[in-house]
Design a protein around this ligand. Sequence first.
Ligand code: TRP
Length: 407
Amino acid sequence: MPNCAQYDKLPSLQPLLFNPCCYTCQDYTWALGKKEIAAVKPELVVFSDRNSRNFQCGLPLSCSYMLNFDNTQMAKRVFSGFRPTGKQHIGNYLGTIQNCVSLQADYDCVYCVVDIHALTTLESTEALQEDVYEMVLDWLAAGIDPQKSIIFVQSHVPQVEELHTLFSMLTPLSWLLRVPTFKEKVKMQPQNVNYGLVGYPVLMTADIALYKGEVVPVGEDQLPHLELAREIVRRFNSLYGFVFPEPQAKLTSFPLVAGLDGVQKMSKSYNNHIEIAASPEEIMTRVRTGFTDPARRYRSDPGHPEACNIFALHKFFTPARVEEIASECRHASIGCVDCKKILARSISSALEPFREKRAVFVAKPNYVTEVLAEGANRAQAIAEETIKEAKEKMKLPRRVNLGDIRE
Ligand code: TRP
């Protein structure tokens, strides 16, 4: 064990220690009173109180010598939620998953599968478990790393339901009835305009706020929800005192990936997608069904790559040859069938490392379950602290344990 003099040097090690997620190691995380030991290396320990984000560093248990870390340089927390949609497709991959993977380098990331949100629109919950499993498996194989990020299922940390209820008391109904996604849903499912649908953005606010998320990577359609989230936490903070940072949207430059039908964006519900876990043969079959430039009826007709969604996919998957392919298409020196074969091969080879990693994880039958169990534990530890803090600030009557008042 190092002595106290050696601990003087610790601040200079700060960058090493900052991101507790990076250093929370499954084998070494345990609770010590109110503090969570965020990182343990043989020679030093970092204690964290994740909510106040006060980091302290020192010897475990016996050493009274503690250093308070300057936490201003701490990585900001990213929070994002995703509805469980089962196996992911290349639109999800290029748009969302890759972004989540790269955010891990600069942020303290929390990624949540929002199964409760899914209940607002689901007709049946039969496939829910499977959809969560397949989606998380794809995330892990694509590089979302449970050593760096917290990955968990929304309903596994029920404190979100509690915070949702508390927030619902300070959210005017008029704000919620104005939300564009709510109005859309009312049109789409007039037979099922449930209470949860109106409260959707309140639950989403609770998601983010429970983990004190500051940065929320989302697509444009979610901006009104984020605006509302800021208004709700602002209202909480001004009524009861500061607890929650105002979350900022981080618009991801989502490349809009066209579906194989050439009309809609790629989506499972239009069945115009290619799964990232698809085998090379399956990729070939799917690509073969893809629509191409409608003006090119015969092999000898010159094509218009800019109007062809197979070409649009070449831009992502065959970047080194796009110019060449465009020109060959324009001069009709390549036919659509060959062009599709090239595309299928480039998609296949781009996704090969992913398929290999996925196969390794599939071979470990409990892997996903373990990741989610660990994620739920870590998420819940943060959630409990936040709820406690919120209730205290709200001056809700304290619950006292009988043991504390009886002799
Ligand atoms: N509303 C988001 C969607 O439909 C999902 C979501 C739920 C979410 N909670 C969130 C996104 C919190 C970001 C942050 O895609």
